[in-house]
Design a binder for this molecule. Sequence first.
Ligand SMILES: *[C@@H]1O[C@H](CO)[C@@H](O)[C@H](O)[C@H]1NC(C)=O
Ligand SMILES: *[C@@H]1O[C@H](CO)[C@@H](O)[C@H](O)[C@H]1NC(C)=O
Ligand SMILES: *[C@@H]1O[C@H](CO)[C@@H](O)[C@H](O)[C@H]1NC(C)=O
Ligand SMILES: *[C@@H]1O[C@H](CO)[C@@H](O)[C@H](O)[C@H]1NC(C)=O
Ligand SMILES: *[C@@H]1O[C@H](CO)[C@@H](O)[C@H](O)[C@H]1NC(C)=O
Ligand SMILES: *[C@@H]1O[C@H](CO)[C@@H](O)[C@H](O)[C@H]1NC(C)=O
Ligand SMILES: *[C@@H]1O[C@H](CO)[C@@H](O)[C@H](O)[C@H]1NC(C)=O
Ligand SMILES: *[C@@H]1O[C@H](CO)[C@@H](O)[C@H](O)[C@H]1NC(C)=O
Length: 642
Amino acid sequence: MEEAPGSVRSVLMIVALSVHLGLCRGDPRITEVRLLCTEPRVNGSIVPDFAEVMREISVNVTSRGWGKSYLNSTVPPLYGLAQCHGDLNATDCLLCYAASRTRVPRCLPRPGRLYLDGCFIRYDEYEFYNETVDPVNDMVNCADANVTDQGGGGSMFANRVEMVLRNVTGKALAVRDRVGEEDMFGVDGIEGAYALAQCWSTLSLEQCKTCLRNASSLVKSCLPRAEGRAMNAGCFVRYSNQKFYSIPNGRGSLKLGTAIAVSLAAIAVASLLVVAAFLGYRTYSRAKQLRKGLLRLPTTVTKSNLYFKYETLEKATNFFDEKRKLGQGGAGSVYKGTLMNGKVVAVKRLVFNTRQWVDDFFNEVDLISGIQHKNLVSLLGCSIEGPESLLVYEYVPNGSLDQALFGEAKRKLTWEERIGIITGTAEGIAYLHGDCGIRIIHRDIKASNILLDKDLMAKVADFGLARCVAQDKSHLTTGIAGTLGYMAPEYLVRGQLTEKADVYAFGVLVLEIMSGRNSSVVAHGSFSLLQSVWMHHQSDDLISCVDPALWGEFPAVEAANVLRIGLLCAQASPKLRPSMSQVVRMLQDNGGEHPVPSPGQPPFLSPGCTQSFYETGMSSNTSNHTWGSQLQASGASSNGSL
Ligand SMILES: *[C@@H]1O[C@H](CO)[C@@H](O)[C@H](O)[C@H]1NC(C)=O
Ligand SMILES: *[C@@H]1O[C@H](CO)[C@@H](O)[C@H](O)[C@H]1NC(C)=O
Ligand SMILES: *[C@@H]1O[C@H](CO)[C@@H](O)[C@H](O)[C@H]1NC(C)=O
Ligand SMILES: *[C@@H]1O[C@H](CO)[C@@H](O)[C@H](O)[C@H]1NC(C)=O
Ligand SMILES: *[C@@H]1O[C@H](CO)[C@@H](O)[C@H](O)[C@H]1NC(C)=O
Ligand SMILES: *[C@@H]1O[C@H](CO)[C@@H](O)[C@H](O)[C@H]1NC(C)=O
Ligand SMILES: *[C@@H]1O[C@H](CO)[C@@H](O)[C@H](O)[C@H]1NC(C)=O
Ligand SMILES: *[C@@H]1O[C@H](CO)[C@@H](O)[C@H](O)[C@H]1NC(C)=O
């Protein structure tokens, strides 16, 4: 019963997020085709050397699209190779490498190779650089679908595929003569048949020929399937009925000057790394600086000196071990890490496989590195010189509020603990809303974003969606981010964002904490949390909303006041909601001389209704029997007040 609203909610959440982040279809070809972990030949651990070798490689991948590096003084030795396909430009190559670099360690401590659609990465204990075919591990991957005959018949397609495969092989083997680079790559397409061939640049031309011959005949075994990929030890061949490659001016833009010029315009981090690589390429001392991670960063970050090395964090989290995963948020997954000095931290992993992530990352670092408050999770540092961006936060030991309230390992929160959490959260948000000198709208206040420290003090987390709002009183956001059920009606429907959207979400949160009920879960035939609290308010019986798990052990007048504050905050019209600093005063003054005013408006939308409202393109929806009339009425009233 509880599944349906949850799953609809998460689907909508994904929709909302994709809108927010921009769909990333034109992005680097990071689809995983094959991860292969092989058995080690030697006993011993390659884990400690892994990060070192990969870091060396990343410099060369950034500057020219491929790199190799090895440590052969260790036991066992470790050899690494990474290569982008020739049609990726510098930016996409870097992003593909970053994705492969973070996924291939899943094999550790065994050797691994990973074929993505745009790049290849491998590490092993022996020197495999001149391997062409591997009878044990090479494989072909064929699509399920056959090519749809368009009059010509499947054999026509097969003929064309054979021709383009011949063509791309020819191009891959010819390029070296033309350009004088180790660029054994070719793409071609004829009338609905497209192909790509790529040898790893460590092969000789003769070895490349061996590999491509083998791989093209292997991949032909896929015909008449619409698509096939041959993954050999030394090369990659793919054909498809869809054009899957870019116009191969990619190598051109990998030439350093161009790469810098273009990337600077494109995105912040990638260009930073390219520039860094360029400098490193030019002068050795600069290269050494790069390895130390001394990149140019926003001054707020450099000043605060918050650097962590990627390898340090990788080790601290045991290569992002699933067992150390604390949670998965909209902006990335979070892992528990133990630093060398024993300090425990939370590491948030922002895999920047879309360009938008990069911006989000800088926003986050820029924004929160200066903010310190007892009720806000503090940022300890970041890492950007590695293959992905990481944020390091203080570790908050007691998990999140939603686990405490609704999770399987529910803890019994007492009245005092609940009030403490509500007050702390209010203070944290009030601080974001202006006490720190800048206006920050959190946008995603919800139970899973409130963490509890060892004394169960609330700490507001995840500023991933936060944006600094300068002078604008209110502005329209380009994409809607946030969690349904907590989203203020004016934000949900019109994308209008002010602090009052946070106040609304806080109001919902208060009602959840007081009642022990999840606002986004509505059992069939019963009322949503907001509906039922509002009804009890109207019948002057708020006390019966309080969580039965408290067994009546709470002061009745105060409890009713706190619930009333929750309702005040969640009123449909933003104007009627109090500010967070007013809320803090009301909470601190609970039972004192200033009585809590009575909320005049119901919460605007129930979660069930919100969904249908959202799905029908945000037009008013009268088909919802229970709430149709109220929705229109409230819609009108909020129209008037906006
Ligand atoms: C690796 O070590 C284990 C025991 O430590 C041993 O049983 C095994 O034979 C060794 N394998 C190789 C390849 O040396
Ligand atoms: C790879 O990068 C290193 C710098 O880390 C550089 O010294 C080396 O020359 C590069 N390799 C090649 C083959 O260019
Ligand atoms: C390591 O590699 C270098 C260069 O390939 C070679 O000269 C050296 O002998 C190797 N060392 C070991 C221990 O294999
Ligand atoms: C390259 O491959 C050949 C076998 O094809 C092998 O004998 C040789 O040692 C390899 N070269 C290197 C440098 O590993
Ligand atoms: C490709 O190479 C493998 C390994 O040497 C071999 O078994 C296979 O027959 C070759 N396939 C073709 C089509 O050449
Ligand atoms: C594709 O065609 C082959 C024979 O040409 C047939 O065996 C297979 O079932 C077809 N696959 C699909 C998905 O239609
Ligand atoms: C590549 O394909 C074209 C047809 O699009 C053909 O005319 C040309 O001869 C082919 N080139 C090679 C090297 O096979
Ligand atoms: C790189 O290629 C992608 C996809 O082809 C494109 O969207 C992007 O704008 C390109 N970036 C640069 C810097 O050229």
